[in-house]
Design a protein around this ligand. Structure first.
Ligand code: DC
Length: 220
């Protein structure tokens, strides 16, 4: 089995690029951010105080998070409900970032992520895949881009979905999330020492995908 770890900050294009590369290489693409978003979403809608240990524990014990692959597309289920679309809001990104800083939450999702890589060729994206989840991954890529560039891309995504969001607000959330993700005590966002750093600020989507595929072909 071959594992490719792609880590990097919010909005660097990890999911779009990883998804396209996985399709071409016939690997499965695993978006681990969706797992944290799902737990963040459930806690948010259920009014769970995630900083209360007992409340969090009971929430986790009663939550069943599952990944399904339908036509190669990842869907995420919470207690049987497909929440894949509901978790794609800036607010759920923030909720995910908050809940993901809790060690117990990361431990709760760890086995599931490792099990997927044991039985499939995967491209897995997240923040700590090359450093913590799959430290022995054959290929590690740290994908990044400037905050302004990432905010611009996010804005376009939202506009395409017909959602009207403000550039400054998107940029503010990105900078805030970068800080939160890279300064937490557990599994902070950082490039693994043996990762290849790819900055997509000046690359088109197609160029980014090519770069990722050639890095994988070279290293695997
Ligand atoms: O990639 P994303 O925007 O969907 O991730 C949402 C949040 O989840 C992100 O701000 C940090 C957290 N996350 C994490 O801590 N570890 C991962 N492997 C993936 C995401």
């Amino acid at each position: 089995m071959i594992s490719v770890a792609i880590d990097g900050p919010a909005g660097a294009g990890k999911s779009t690029i990883a998804k396209m590369a996985a399709k071409r290489l016939n690997f499965i693409y695993v978006d681990t951010g969706a797992l944290y978003r799902t737990l963040g979403y459930g806690a948010h809608t259920g009014g769970v105080d995630i900083h209360n240990e007992a409340e969090l524990e009971s929430y986790l014990e009663n939550s069943r998070v599952e990944l399904k692959f339908i036509d190669g597309e990842q869907r995420v289920l919470l207690n049987g409900e497909d929440v894949s679309d509901k978790i794609r809001t800036p607010q759920m990104g923030t909720a995910a970032s908050e809940i993901s800083a809790i060690p117990r939450v990361r431990e709760y999702l760890l086995d599931m992520q490792r099990a997927l890589a044991r039985t499939n060729n995967v491209i897995m994206d997240g923040r700590d895949i090359g450093t913590v989840v799959l430290p022995n991954a054959e290929v590690k890529i740290f994908l990044t881009a400037s905050p302004e560039c990432r905010a611009k891309r996010r804005l376009e995504d939202f506009r395409q979905k017909g959602e009207n969001v403000d550039f400054d607000e998107v940029l503010r959330l990105i900078v805030e999330r970068d800080y939160q993700d890279s300064h937490r005590e557990i599994a902070p966002l950082k490039a693994a020492e043996d990762s290849v750093i790819v900055d997509t600020s000046d690359l088109s989507l197609e160029q980014s995908v090519e770069k990722i595929i050639s890095t994988i072909e070279e290293k695997k």
